[in-house]
Structures are given as C-alpha cells and as structure tokens.
Design a protein around this ligand. Structure first.
Ligand SMILES: [Zn+2]
Ligand SMILES: [Zn+2]
Ligand SMILES: [Zn+2]
Length: 178
C-alpha cells in the first residue's frame, strides 16, 4: 500500500560490551565498559555511579537518545543509505559537516561577514568605471582606499576584533594617552 520513497533508517548499532557504535558484542575487540558510568570492568546492571557517556563524555548513559554521538551515528547511517555510499565515506561526510557542537553559529557568522563586502565591491567598481578619463583614473585610488575602512564598521567584524589580543593592546595604549 504505502510503497513510497520513504527509506527505513535503522538505529545505530551499539556494542553491549564496549558501548561503541558500528559493531556488535560478538565481534567486539574492545574492553567491557559500563553503559551507565563509562568505567571499564563492570556491566551497567548493578551500577549506581553517576551517568557518563562513553562516546561523548556527557552526563547521560551510553544508550541515551540525547547523545550527540548517537545522533551523529544515526546521521551517518542515514547519509550512507540516502546517498548509497560506504560507511567510511558517510562518516567522513557527516564529520566534516558537524565537527564541533558550536559549528552552526560559526557558519551563520561567516555568512553575515561575506554579505556586506560583496555588496560594497560592485558599487566601488561602478563609480571608477563610469568615467574612463585620465583625470578620474588618477582620482580612483583614494576612492578605493576610502571604501576599505568603511567595511569593518559591520557589527560581526568589530566583535571579532575585540576578541583579538592586538585590539585589546591598542585600547589600553589609547586609554593611557587620554
Ligand atoms: Zn564493542
Ligand atoms: Zn558503571
Ligand atoms: Zn553521549
């Protein structure tokens, strides 16, 4: 009946012995690790220690569905099936997309950086090329110089400059003079 394009994505295979993903207990070459506290040498059955994940070191059990490592593993499997590529290829692809948890913010910031500079450049070239005479050709270098200091006035750029140690030194020197 419902033979749609929806593909079944299985949950990540987690080893019940070492808690790592991608293999089963029977083919495990790792050491017995607790699924609850991530300590080696005992099973999670009788464990009452604080929860710690083997795969991401966060405060949850290794079988938690909130685990970032589990979610990434799920994403790898999903990518593997959807793109019909091998597991190592899918893992490489997913890891390159989600290398750090804060990666999404960085990519958003990068987008806001590039937009103002792209918009400014066509304006500057349009002004210089509108009058192709010798007098304006001599006057054009100051125009392009003026356009450069105006671009760091964009908020994200100055935010990054504040974080750099060079800018902090500059501020300190200027305060002493005043
Ligand atoms: Zn294992
Ligand atoms: Zn334990
Ligand atoms: Zn985890």
């Amino acid at each position: 009946m419902s033979l749609s394009v929806r593909t079944y994505i299985p949950n990540p295979l987690r080893c019940f012995k070492c808690q790592r993903f991608g293999h089963s207990k029977t083919s495990c070459r790792g050491t017995l690790t607790c699924a609850r506290c991530a300590e080696v040498g005992h099973e999670s059955t009788d464990c009452t220690s604080t929860e710690k994940c083997v795969n991401c070191k966060e405060e949850h059990t290794s079988f938690s569905r909130n685990c970032i490592a589990w979610k990434r593993e799920k994403e790898i499997i999903s990518t593997k099936i959807k793109k019909q590529i091998s597991y190592p290829e899918a893992r490489k692809l997913v890891n390159s997309q989600t290398s750090t948890p804060g990666n999404s913010y960085v990519s958003v910031a990068k987008k806001s950086f590039s937009v103002p500079s792209v918009q400014k450049n066509p304006d500057a070239s349009a002004v210089t090329s509108s009058k192709p005479s010798d007098s304006t050709a001599k006057a054009s270098p100051p125009i392009t110089n003026l356009s450069i200091p105006s671009s760091p006035s964009v908020a994200p750029v100055s935010e990054e400059a504040l974080a750099s140690p060079d800018f902090t030194d500059f501020k300190l020197v200027r305060n002493k003079k005043i």
